[in-house]
Design a protein around this ligand. Structure first.
Ligand code: R5P
Length: 293
């Protein structure tokens, strides 16, 4: 096995290779002046199982093109098998045609991955209407979750927590984490009007007395879901508010907005950053080892 770190996956790929005691190589990526990309595999892939690690954040389209160029090159150079490890995998939220003529991006991107890879590993994919990875991918797929690690983090660092899920879909993270900790949780309702406009509704009373509030969600993108949730909780007298997410995208200054609102933010390192305090590399390695036994 050979572990190759793509441009947005090096922060985990290196650790994964070390933990697995396997060879590591950086994918060499260069941009031409016109914006096109040149990628080069700096290792001998012939006859090897190649694990490409890419987290598809920020320059999402470039990340996708890069992975496809690398995968086809590995195939051309006679790699034995190709595995994609995607700590953060994009386009999962566009899982239906919400408006006439819209692309169902989830399906289209999954088809691309099916075409080039033999197997895919994804950390906490945003699954909704299609709730299993095998509903989306034809190749062998494995869904990993950071729930355990998030629960451990809370146990060590936040006393007396009450867990809040900001929308109906967040029960997969919030409720499960609360169950692991044996503490109370509430799942709220959310109505999204646009990328930046969401309304969060408190459907039941919550006793916040003496509790540390921990909002748990899979993704923070613009941060508006969390900001609205915190606003509502403050009206109920909430004091300290923490927010823990798996994928900290933090688009358009989201982190600064959250901090200004007095919210303490923590994320896993599926996407690297200042708040990425929960390391998922061990979890990925465990899964790669178990599945390939
Ligand atoms: C979607 O339902 C996800 O679980 C997140 O709640 C959402 O992606 C967060 O987006 P934003 O930070 O832009 O409100």
């Amino acid at each position: 096995m050979l572990v190759v770190g793509c441009s947005h996956g090096t922060h985990l790929a290196d650790k994964i290779a070390k933990l697995l005691h396997k060879k590591y190589s950086n994918l060499l990526v260069e941009k031409f002046p016109d914006g096109e990309m040149r990628v080069r595999l700096d290792c001998n892939v012939k006859g090897n199982e190649v694990v490409l690690v890419q987290s598809f954040y920020r320059d999402v389209s470039d990340c996708i093109v890069e992975v496809i160029l690398a995968a086809q090159t590995a195939i051309d150079l006679e790699a034995k098998r190709l595995v994609l490890v995607a700590p953060y995998f994009p386009y999962m939220r566009q899982d239906k045609r919400f408006h006439k003529g819209e692309a169902i991006s989830q399906r289209i991107i999954a088809k691309l991955i099916d075409h080039y890879f033999d197997e895919v590993y994804i950390m906490d994919p945003h699954l909704h209407r299609k709730d299993k990875l095998w509903h989306i991918f034809k190749i062998k797929s494995k869904r990993l979750t950071a729930n355990n690690l998030i629960a451990e983090y809370i146990k060590k660092n936040i006393p007396n927590p009450v867990i809040i899920g900001p929308d109906e879909e967040s029960y997969k993270w919030a409720r499960h984490v609360a169950e692991m900790l044996g503490v109370e949780s509430r799942i709220l309702k959310k109505k999204r009007y646009s990328s930046y406009h969401v309304k969060v509704i408190l459907n039941k009373k919550i006793d916040l007395n003496g509790k540390n509030i921990v909002i748990v969600d899979d993704i923070i993108s613009t941060g508006h879901t969390i900001l609205e949730t915190a606003k509502k909780l403050r009206k109920l007298g909430a004091g300290r508010i923490y927010c823990i997410c798996v994928h900290g995208i933090f688009a358009n200054n989201a982190l600064a907005k959250l901090r200004k609102a007095g919210i303490k933010v923590v994320s896993t390192n599926t996407i690297p950053g200042k708040m990425a305090k929960i390391d998922v590399s061990g979890l990925i390695v465990k899964s790669l080892v178990t599945i390939n036994k």
